[in-house]
Write a protein that binds this ligand. Structure first.
Ligand SMILES: CC(C)(COP(=O)(O)OP(=O)(O)OC[C@H]1O[C@@H](n2cnc3c(N)ncnc32)[C@H](O)[C@@H]1OP(=O)(O)O)[C@@H](O)C(=O)NCCC(=O)NCCS
Length: 194
Protein backbone atom coordinates (compact mmCIF):
# COMPACT_ATOMS: atom_id res chain seq x y z
CA UNK A 1 0.00 0.00 0.00
CA UNK A 2 1.07 3.57 -0.57
CA UNK A 3 -1.44 6.34 -0.17
CA UNK A 4 -1.86 9.97 0.68
CA UNK A 5 -4.37 10.77 3.41
CA UNK A 6 -5.70 14.07 4.70
CA UNK A 7 -5.58 14.99 8.39
CA UNK A 8 -8.46 16.86 10.05
CA UNK A 9 -6.73 20.20 9.40
CA UNK A 10 -6.17 19.45 5.72
CA UNK A 11 -2.50 18.46 5.96
CA UNK A 12 -1.62 15.71 3.51
CA UNK A 13 0.44 12.81 4.79
CA UNK A 14 1.72 9.78 2.89
CA UNK A 15 1.39 6.35 4.49
CA UNK A 16 3.46 3.46 3.17
CA UNK A 17 5.36 0.42 4.47
CA UNK A 18 8.73 1.13 6.01
CA UNK A 19 11.76 -0.18 4.11
CA UNK A 20 15.39 -0.70 5.02
CA UNK A 21 16.34 2.50 3.22
CA UNK A 22 14.14 4.41 5.71
CA UNK A 23 16.31 3.38 8.67
CA UNK A 24 17.87 6.83 9.23
CA UNK A 25 14.51 8.61 9.06
CA UNK A 26 12.96 6.02 11.38
CA UNK A 27 15.77 6.53 13.89
CA UNK A 28 15.38 10.33 13.60
CA UNK A 29 11.63 9.95 14.24
CA UNK A 30 12.15 7.94 17.42
CA UNK A 31 15.01 10.13 18.63
CA UNK A 32 12.81 13.19 18.11
CA UNK A 33 9.99 11.90 20.33
CA UNK A 34 9.66 13.58 23.70
CA UNK A 35 10.90 11.58 26.67
CA UNK A 36 7.30 11.15 27.96
CA UNK A 37 6.22 9.39 24.75
CA UNK A 38 9.32 7.17 24.67
CA UNK A 39 8.90 6.30 28.34
CA UNK A 40 6.40 3.52 27.70
CA UNK A 41 7.90 1.96 24.57
CA UNK A 42 9.21 -1.59 24.83
CA UNK A 43 12.75 -0.98 23.63
CA UNK A 44 15.19 1.90 23.58
CA UNK A 45 14.30 3.13 20.12
CA UNK A 46 16.95 5.85 20.22
CA UNK A 47 19.50 3.09 19.57
CA UNK A 48 20.30 2.30 15.94
CA UNK A 49 20.51 -1.48 16.55
CA UNK A 50 17.03 -1.53 18.13
CA UNK A 51 15.52 0.28 15.14
CA UNK A 52 17.47 -1.99 12.80
CA UNK A 53 16.05 -5.07 14.56
CA UNK A 54 12.55 -3.71 14.01
CA UNK A 55 13.33 -3.55 10.30
CA UNK A 56 14.69 -7.11 10.35
CA UNK A 57 11.45 -8.30 12.02
CA UNK A 58 9.55 -6.59 9.24
CA UNK A 59 11.69 -8.14 6.52
CA UNK A 60 11.19 -11.57 8.13
CA UNK A 61 7.42 -11.08 7.87
CA UNK A 62 6.87 -11.10 11.65
CA UNK A 63 5.70 -7.51 11.66
CA UNK A 64 3.99 -5.20 9.22
CA UNK A 65 5.27 -1.71 9.78
CA UNK A 66 3.84 1.42 8.23
CA UNK A 67 5.25 4.92 8.42
CA UNK A 68 3.46 8.20 7.81
CA UNK A 69 5.47 10.88 6.06
CA UNK A 70 5.09 14.63 5.89
CA UNK A 71 7.41 15.58 3.07
CA UNK A 72 10.69 13.78 3.81
CA UNK A 73 10.27 13.07 7.50
CA UNK A 74 8.39 10.38 9.37
CA UNK A 75 5.57 11.64 11.59
CA UNK A 76 4.03 8.35 12.76
CA UNK A 77 4.94 4.69 13.04
CA UNK A 78 2.42 1.89 13.22
CA UNK A 79 2.96 -1.84 13.46
CA UNK A 80 0.95 -5.02 13.34
CA UNK A 81 2.83 -7.88 14.94
CA UNK A 82 1.85 -11.30 13.63
CA UNK A 83 2.11 -14.46 15.71
CA UNK A 84 2.99 -16.63 12.71
CA UNK A 85 2.18 -20.32 13.10
CA UNK A 86 1.66 -20.32 16.83
CA UNK A 87 -1.69 -21.06 18.52
CA UNK A 88 -2.34 -17.30 18.49
CA UNK A 89 -1.87 -17.15 14.71
CA UNK A 90 -5.31 -15.49 14.39
CA UNK A 91 -4.26 -12.64 16.72
CA UNK A 92 -2.30 -9.55 15.71
CA UNK A 93 -0.84 -6.99 18.07
CA UNK A 94 -1.07 -3.36 17.14
CA UNK A 95 1.42 -0.62 18.09
CA UNK A 96 1.02 3.02 17.20
CA UNK A 97 3.00 6.16 17.82
CA UNK A 98 2.41 9.62 16.42
CA UNK A 99 4.84 12.57 16.68
CA UNK A 100 3.62 15.19 19.17
CA UNK A 101 2.99 18.01 16.64
CA UNK A 102 0.78 15.59 14.65
CA UNK A 103 -1.25 14.23 17.57
CA UNK A 104 -5.00 14.95 17.87
CA UNK A 105 -5.19 15.63 14.12
CA UNK A 106 -6.65 12.26 13.21
CA UNK A 107 -3.42 10.57 12.14
CA UNK A 108 -3.70 7.80 14.75
CA UNK A 109 -7.14 6.85 13.39
CA UNK A 110 -5.87 6.93 9.80
CA UNK A 111 -2.92 4.69 10.68
CA UNK A 112 -5.30 2.31 12.48
CA UNK A 113 -7.43 2.15 9.34
CA UNK A 114 -4.43 1.16 7.20
CA UNK A 115 -3.31 -1.42 9.78
CA UNK A 116 -6.84 -2.81 9.81
CA UNK A 117 -6.51 -3.42 6.04
CA UNK A 118 -3.21 -5.21 6.62
CA UNK A 119 -4.77 -7.33 9.39
CA UNK A 120 -7.64 -8.33 7.10
CA UNK A 121 -5.17 -9.25 4.34
CA UNK A 122 -3.22 -11.47 6.74
CA UNK A 123 -6.39 -13.19 7.98
CA UNK A 124 -6.03 -11.81 11.49
CA UNK A 125 -9.30 -12.27 13.40
CA UNK A 126 -8.54 -10.42 16.60
CA UNK A 127 -6.34 -7.49 17.43
CA UNK A 128 -4.84 -6.78 20.81
CA UNK A 129 -3.00 -3.80 22.19
CA UNK A 130 -0.96 -3.67 25.36
CA UNK A 131 -0.09 -0.50 27.21
CA UNK A 132 0.83 0.94 30.57
CA UNK A 133 -1.79 2.70 32.66
CA UNK A 134 -0.47 6.26 32.14
CA UNK A 135 -0.94 5.98 28.33
CA UNK A 136 -4.24 7.85 28.41
CA UNK A 137 -4.24 8.88 24.73
CA UNK A 138 -3.69 5.27 23.70
CA UNK A 139 -6.52 3.96 25.87
CA UNK A 140 -8.86 6.59 24.46
CA UNK A 141 -8.09 6.03 20.80
CA UNK A 142 -8.40 2.27 21.18
CA UNK A 143 -11.70 2.61 23.09
CA UNK A 144 -12.91 4.79 20.23
CA UNK A 145 -11.89 2.02 17.83
CA UNK A 146 -14.02 -0.53 19.68
CA UNK A 147 -11.31 -2.13 21.84
CA UNK A 148 -12.29 -3.15 25.36
CA UNK A 149 -10.06 -3.60 28.37
CA UNK A 150 -9.77 -7.30 28.98
CA UNK A 151 -6.90 -7.77 31.37
CA UNK A 152 -5.16 -5.55 33.88
CA UNK A 153 -2.01 -7.02 35.38
CA UNK A 154 -1.06 -4.82 38.33
CA UNK A 155 2.54 -3.58 38.45
CA UNK A 156 3.58 -6.07 35.77
CA UNK A 157 5.86 -3.97 33.55
CA UNK A 158 8.48 -1.32 34.11
CA UNK A 159 8.66 1.99 32.26
CA UNK A 160 12.01 3.24 30.98
CA UNK A 161 12.63 5.03 34.29
CA UNK A 162 12.37 1.66 36.04
CA UNK A 163 8.99 2.30 37.71
CA UNK A 164 6.54 -0.60 37.86
CA UNK A 165 3.29 0.07 36.01
CA UNK A 166 0.00 -1.74 35.49
CA UNK A 167 -0.17 -3.54 32.15
CA UNK A 168 -3.47 -3.11 30.34
CA UNK A 169 -4.43 -5.45 27.51
CA UNK A 170 -7.27 -4.41 25.21
CA UNK A 171 -8.79 -6.54 22.48
CA UNK A 172 -11.13 -6.16 19.54
CA UNK A 173 -12.34 -8.48 16.82
CA UNK A 174 -11.77 -7.39 13.27
CA UNK A 175 -15.45 -6.96 12.43
CA UNK A 176 -16.05 -4.63 15.40
CA UNK A 177 -12.97 -2.63 14.46
CA UNK A 178 -14.21 -2.23 10.91
CA UNK A 179 -17.60 -0.93 12.15
CA UNK A 180 -15.88 1.80 14.20
CA UNK A 181 -13.53 2.72 11.35
CA UNK A 182 -16.43 2.88 8.89
CA UNK A 183 -18.41 5.20 11.14
CA UNK A 184 -15.41 7.50 11.65
CA UNK A 185 -14.69 7.83 7.94
CA UNK A 186 -17.40 7.92 5.36
CA UNK A 187 -17.07 9.47 1.90
CA UNK A 188 -13.70 11.08 2.68
CA UNK A 189 -11.02 10.73 5.36
CA UNK A 190 -12.79 13.06 7.78
CA UNK A 191 -16.26 13.82 6.37
CA UNK A 192 -18.20 12.79 9.47
CA UNK A 193 -15.57 13.13 12.14
CA UNK A 194 -15.02 16.84 11.60
C1 LIG B 1 -2.12 7.25 21.20
C2 LIG B 1 -1.73 8.02 19.95
C3 LIG B 1 -1.14 7.05 18.95
C4 LIG B 1 -2.98 8.70 19.34
O1 LIG B 1 -2.63 9.29 18.09
P1 LIG B 1 -3.38 10.60 17.53
O2 LIG B 1 -2.93 10.81 16.13
O3 LIG B 1 -3.20 11.71 18.46
O4 LIG B 1 -4.89 10.10 17.54
P2 LIG B 1 -6.15 10.78 16.81
O5 LIG B 1 -5.90 12.23 16.55
O6 LIG B 1 -6.52 9.93 15.66
O7 LIG B 1 -7.23 10.65 17.97
C5 LIG B 1 -8.37 9.82 17.90
C6 LIG B 1 -9.14 9.90 19.19
O8 LIG B 1 -8.43 9.28 20.26
C7 LIG B 1 -8.66 9.98 21.49
N1 LIG B 1 -7.39 10.55 21.96
C8 LIG B 1 -6.21 10.56 21.28
N2 LIG B 1 -5.25 11.14 22.05
C9 LIG B 1 -5.83 11.49 23.21
C10 LIG B 1 -5.36 12.11 24.41
N3 LIG B 1 -4.08 12.50 24.56
N4 LIG B 1 -6.23 12.31 25.43
C11 LIG B 1 -7.51 11.94 25.31
N5 LIG B 1 -8.04 11.34 24.19
C12 LIG B 1 -7.20 11.11 23.16
C13 LIG B 1 -9.65 11.07 21.15
O9 LIG B 1 -10.95 10.53 21.34
C14 LIG B 1 -9.37 11.32 19.69
O10 LIG B 1 -10.45 11.87 18.99
P3 LIG B 1 -10.67 13.48 19.02
O11 LIG B 1 -9.34 14.13 18.82
O12 LIG B 1 -11.63 13.69 17.88
O13 LIG B 1 -11.24 13.77 20.37
C15 LIG B 1 -0.72 9.14 20.29
O14 LIG B 1 -1.25 9.94 21.33
C16 LIG B 1 0.64 8.65 20.70
O15 LIG B 1 1.47 8.37 19.86
N6 LIG B 1 0.89 8.53 22.03
C17 LIG B 1 2.15 8.10 22.58
C18 LIG B 1 2.48 6.65 22.27
C19 LIG B 1 1.44 5.65 22.72
O16 LIG B 1 0.96 5.68 23.86
N7 LIG B 1 1.13 4.71 21.81
C20 LIG B 1 0.22 3.63 22.03
C21 LIG B 1 0.97 2.36 22.27
S1 LIG B 1 0.19 0.99 21.49
Amino acid sequence: MDKTVTLKDGTEVRIRPLTRSDLDQSLAFFQGLPEEDRHYLRGDVTQRDVVERRIQDMEAGRVIRLAAWDDDHIVADGALELAGHQWTAHVGELRLIVARPYQRRGLGMLMARELYDQAAKHKVEQIMVAMMRPQVGARNIFRKLGFREEIVVPQHVKDRAGHAQDLIVMRCDLEALWREIESAFTLSDWQRAR
